[in-house]
Design a protein around this ligand. Sequence first.
Ligand SMILES: Nc1ncnc2c1ncn2[C@@H]1O[C@H](COP(=O)(O)OP(=O)(O)O)[C@@H](O)[C@H]1O
Ligand SMILES: [Mg+2]
Ligand SMILES: [Zn+2]
Length: 341
Amino acid sequence: MYYLTYRPHTIEEIDNVTPRESIKKILESKSLPHAFLFVGQKGTGKTSTARIVAKSLNCIARKSVEPCNVCANCKSIDASSFPDVLEMDAASNRGINEVKNLIKESSFLPIAGNYRVFIIDEAHMITSDGFNALLKTLEEPPSTVIFILATTNPEKVPKTIMSRCVNVIFGKAKKEELLHMLHRIVTLEKLKVEPAVLDLISHHADGSFRDAAKLLEELVLQHKLEMGDVLGYLGVRSKESLLLSLHTKEAPQALAWIEEFANAGGSFKNLIEELLSQLHDLLLAKHKIGEGHPELTFSLPEITLLMKLFTEAYVSMRNSPIESIPLEIAVVEFYNKRVSK
Ligand SMILES: Nc1ncnc2c1ncn2[C@@H]1O[C@H](COP(=O)(O)OP(=O)(O)O)[C@@H](O)[C@H]1O
Ligand SMILES: [Mg+2]
Ligand SMILES: [Zn+2]
């Protein structure tokens, strides 16, 4: 699978600029922090980067801060069989006993490498007892131990823990960063893909490298790499134009749009998601946040009405015998309610 094959294995391959540069600086500096907190949404490289750091610290053949990826230590870290690198998922091991075990483990000297590295995923799930126990260790950790905490919900990590960690912000992947990764895959897989298609994929990946890689792979497997096919697949075929129809035209045209969309085999789920995301932009733009879409000048009540109707349509789609019906109802109601105002 692309997203596993093309997981970054070196610092250089980390496609998001901010974490790449900060990790590089930290590893190059003389004093290594004993605890990191990686903050960012899913699929932004927290786990991959944690393993790169673990390899960099334990690589036998390393010449710079980059791990060599071929020595016995690097290989065994990649295979998750290195005795000094321990990964724990705090979503399923959140209690005081699990944390105490970990702390006990951290008191042992490294067996095969230079550092024992503890990677704690979903760290915000640790219970408050667990955090309290961990806090003591973070205050005075053994010099050969590095903790890497990763979280998607930093607001749930106690301030006391945060302040003892070097925070590395992964955030959301930017469009150019996603494109950079997609280009890497396209080149190595020798694919022929139009730039506009890659643009569209990065737009639909919602800031996640993993989602972008998966979407590209889906399109490849389905032989849908032509722009027209991709638009149909994503259900965004003339996505502006349904909103534009609603804005400038009457009900029959909007219903015809939906009919045509259904005939072309578009996905209504994706379509409604896309419509809501656009309305969301419009709503924010009305409040002077973000840019909106200049061609769509809906009023605020129209925007909220559409959001409400589309959300209802989205929910009822699951129980609808004909996929297009919930959206058709939403559209008809929109015209009725707008007229009756
Ligand atoms: N910074 C990145 N650069 C390139 N690809 C990435 C990056 N981060 C994630 N990926 C892709 O997404 C997948 C999931 O990454 P992972 O490190 O597990 O993210 P997280 O732990 O933040 O959910 C990787 O296997 C890789 O394909
Ligand atoms: Mg992860
Ligand atoms: Zn190595």
